[in-house]
Design a protein around this ligand. Structure first.
Ligand code: GLA
Length: 513
């Protein structure tokens, strides 16, 4: 589902300070001359849902066989470097080991592949240039009023992981219907979150309108509310979201007021093109601006920060009014991505608690890229680290197995425990043990087998920091009681599976053994 624009979100701030290449390149851009490939080259991708075209400008400077320059889209800008031998060029962007642009310079045009997809770039005309944006300084820092929401990690569904840029209003309505009919709403999944690419254009009053995939957000919100659910929306502090659709830069208050008027209950605010405008050390102030704007609306709106963990967001996320903050790059529907994202949470455990949560990104359960054991591991680990549980699959086409994972109420209870403590891992060989203290004095314990062969996990109550005497223990996937013998329990764990137990204790003066 990722586009060039989506990939552009990964551009690093450090690359954005490069001065634009000389305007002289624009004047001579593309001409077949002694300058060779030197010039500014415009390329267009697909037509977007708001009628605009995906657009990039490649500014190149050739010196012998060496190429330097910039690559810019609506959402980001980065330095590039490469070589040209004869007519053949290979150009690298970001830290990638394979060239981002490969092709030939023929008849005054660049022909080849860009991130593996065919492209043609022609000499840029003035109207091809990416529109410049006036800089608006962010506010000075203060603490934003708490909204009192998300006392437990938010639960619901988000459109991005399955539908990506193609999500429509009817997909959102169908997701709301499916949350009800599947029993997920009653299990706690109440937010129905529209991710990026709902945006169209701004009207003459500056109000952001949806694109043609969405008729009327307010009517959609009413529909979602009529189902006993809440609705979320998505924007960015930059002028464009990660797919190039217009977002809240310079319109923060206006958008917050509109979102509140439409009945929005949750906003995901995604850094994306903001990196073209601000330095990383301004991120906190930028997020504070929307935090204040949301509070000023008077409507309870959960505030989800999405800036991929930059600038130690866990240290200030709650102070800008954030209820959850992404701590990682985007999750993908693979074991490696999922495990990497959750392991990154360990260092952030002290910052999670009622009202403010670390967010290792959304669930991939049911999307098909992992085995059932791996999806049970995602559910287990997300619950242990008190992560938001935002399903990201097609709710209308869930297998019974997917339902049994997402709807495992004994696991959901661990995630939603009122103490709000986040587990941290301890690793022994291929086995990684996560212990989450629970509000009743007991604990949830998950042992993940990271290896490729079956292992035996041993759990000792002595190491669990329990606040009482063990009364009983349950396996939360087999839904059976398990017996500890002299404080020890052992079980086999299949590769990439998780043994997940809840250990219950009696805290009173006469504990039952
Ligand atoms: C970024 C976010 C994703 C998703 C996409 C949408 O990559 O991290 O979660 O919102 O943007 O373009």
């Amino acid at each position: 589902m990722k586009t060039k624009f989506t990939m552009a979100v990964k551009m690093r701030r450090t690359t954005n300070r490069l001065l634009l290449l000389s305007f002289g390149f624009l004047l001579f851009g593309g001409s077949v001359s002694a300058q060779g490939i030197t010039g500014r080259w415009a390329t267009y991708g697909k037509k977007m849902w708001n009628g605009h075209w995906e657009q990039e400008i490649i500014g190149l400077n050739q010196n012998g066989s060496v190429i330097t320059g910039t690559f810019e889209s609506l959402t980001g800008k980065t330095n590039v470097h490469g070589t040209i031998v004869g007519s053949h060029f290979e150009i690298y962007a970001w830290d990638r080991k394979t060239p981002a642009l490969v092709g030939d310079f023929v008849n005054g045009e660049l022909h080849g592949t860009m991130f593996g997809r065919p492209f043609v770039a022609k000499a840029a005309r003035p109207e091809d240039e990416i529109p410049a944006v006036e800089y608006i300084a962010p506010p000075s820092l203060h603490i934003v009023l708490k909204n009192g929401l998300a006392k437990t990690p938010p639960m619901g569904w988000n459109s991005w992981n399955h539908f990506g840029e193609d999500v429509t209003e009817s997909d959102i309505r169908a997701a709301a219907d499916a949350l009800v009919s599947s029993g997920m709403r009653d299990a706690g999944y109440i937010y129905v979150n529209i991710d990026g690419t709902w945006e169209g254009r701004r009207d003459s009053h500056g109000n952001l309108l949806p694109n043609r995939k969405f008729r009327h957000i307010q009517a959609l919100a009413e529909y979602v509310h009529s189902k006993g659910l809440k609705i979320g929306i998505y924007s960015s502090p930059g002028p464009y979201d990660c797919a190039g659709y217009p977002t809240s830069y310079g319109h923060e208050q206006q958008d917050a007021i509109d979102f509140a008027r439409w009945g929005i209950d949750f906003i995901k605010y995604d850094w994306c093109s903001a990196e073209k405008i601000y330095h990383d050390d301004q991120i906190r102030a930028v997020y504070q601006k929307m935090g204040d704007a949301l509070v000023a609306t008077g409507r309870p709106i959960v505030y989800s920060l999405c800036e991929y963990g930059r600038e130690d967001v866990q240290e200030w996320g709650a102070d800008v009014g954030g209820n959850l903050w992404r701590t990682t790059d985007d999750i993908h529907d693979s074991w490696g991505s999922m495990i990497a994202n959750v392991e990154r949470q360990a260092a952030f455990a002290p910052y999670a608690g009622p009202g403010h949560w670390n967010d290792p990104d959304m669930l991939e359960i049911g999307n098909g890229g992992m085995t059932s054991d791996e999806y049970r591991t995602q559910m287990s680990l997300w619950a242990l680290v008190a992560a938001p549980l935002l399903a990201g699959n097609n709710l209308q086409k869930m297998t019974e197995e997917t339902k049994s994972i997402l709807l495992n109420k004994e696991v959901i209870v661990i995630d939603q425990d009122l103490l709000g403590k986040q587990a941290v891992p301890e690793r022994q060989g291929d086995l990684e043990t996560w212990i989450k203290p629970l509000s009743d004095g007991g604990a949830a314990v998950g042992v993940v087998n990271l290896g490729s062969s079956t292992k035996t996990a041993t759990i000792r109550t002595a190491g669990l920091r329990l606040r009482g005497t063990v009364t009983h223990a349950r396996n939360l996937w087999s839904h059976e009681e398990v017996q500890f013998a002299q404080g020890v329990y052992s079980a086999t764990v299949m590769p990439h599976a998780t043994l997940l137990l809840r250990i219950c204790v009696q805290t009173g003066p006469n504990p039952r053994e």
